[in-house]
Design a protein around this ligand. Structure first.
Ligand SMILES: [Zn+2]
Length: 304
């Protein structure tokens, strides 16, 4: 499939400040060079909210044992989710400037934390489940993208089921790869043949551990104030020009989502109080309809 990118990816990172930086190749705070955070197209990123973070930690604790959630996603660290194409629902998880995993919903089995290496290294700091211990002789093969065969398994979490996302580690708890279980834990240990784990991410990476460098959305907004202000000014100018050019009644099309909310707030920045048009498709959640009414009331706007 060819890549579909709806515009440029503007998400960059300053690893000195541990902050997301929009557009700028130089950090507006410390002046050091920033790096692009490479996202799967279309690169539609947003802040993770409390509900997202709770769900991520809950899934990690369930799959890798208590404490894994906090080891991977500690407090006082901003988390960004970027929607990626999938059968049902999938987000890439960005923390401390690294895409650490995909967080995917599978019909039937529920939420899965599909770790990449940076995620696996974090899990490696605290796990008691979801592990497969490989023989040292198997490591060079895994690092060549080969699957882990059952004879190369020394030990495995007995609760592993077929299809589980797991990490492959050494007996010293060093993380080697991530993968999907092709057998149950006990089968992996007992079998003398067959694929135990289909390897997913296996290239050794330098572990960029920025967990001691806390950050917050307030700091992120402050660092990006210049870019955000310029974007708001551009949008406000566009709104005024469009209304002047077309002698027609203006409205804000509002779905209750983040994008149309941004549009609505920009019209308020433009000093306008336009009516809101909401289309109830009949497939809306009650909470969405309630939210639309709340927003109109909060800003004193007419709802169409
Ligand atoms: Zn910086």
């Amino acid at each position: 499939m060819s890549t579909i990118r709806l515009g440029k990816n503007h998400l960059r990172w300053c690893y000195e400040c541990n902050l997301p930086i929009l557009e700028k190749e130089e950090c507006p705070v410390c002046g050091r060079p920033t790096e692009e955070v490479v996202l799967t197209p279309p690169g539609d990123s947003r802040p993770a909210f409390k509900h997202d973070i709770d769900l991520l930690r809950e899934t990690l604790d369930h799959d890798y044992g208590p404490g894994a959630g906090m080891a991977v996603i500690p407090d006082d660290h901003i988390v960004i989710l970027s929607k990626a194409p999938s059968l049902d629902r999938m987000d890439e998880v960005v923390i401390d400037g690294a895409v650490i995993a995909s967080f995917r919903y599978d019909m039937g089995s529920g939420w899965k934390f599909v770790a990449r290496m940076q995620g696996a290294y974090r899990i490696g700091k605290c796990f008691s489940k979801g592990y497969v211990v490989c023989h040292p002789d198997a490591i060079p093969f895994i690092r060549e993208s080969k699957n882990l065969m059952a004879p190369g398994v020394i030990d495995a979490d007995p609760d592993i089921k077929f299809g589980d996302e797991i990490i492959i580690v050494t007996a010293d708890r060093e993380v080697i790869a991530t993968g999907m279980a092709k057998m149950t834990g006990p089968e992996m240990v007992e079998s003398t043949r067959g694929v135990a784990v289909r390897t997913r991410w296996y290239r050794p990476e330098e572990f960029r551990d920025l967990t001691p460098k806390k950050n917050s959305w307030d700091e992120a907004v402050k660092a990006n104030e210049g870019v955000i202000k310029r974007r708001v000014d551009e949008a406000v100018g566009f709104i005024h020009k469009t209304i002047e050019k077309n002698n027609l009644p203006a409205i804000v099309s509002f779905s209750g989502g983040k994008d149309s909310l941004a549009s609505l707030l920009l019209t308020l920045d433009a000093g306008l109080k336009l009516p809101i048009l909401f289309v109830d498709t009949g497939l809306e959640f009650d909470e969405t309809v309630e939210h639309v009414h709340d927003v109109c009331q909060r800003h004193g706007l007419q709802l169409i």
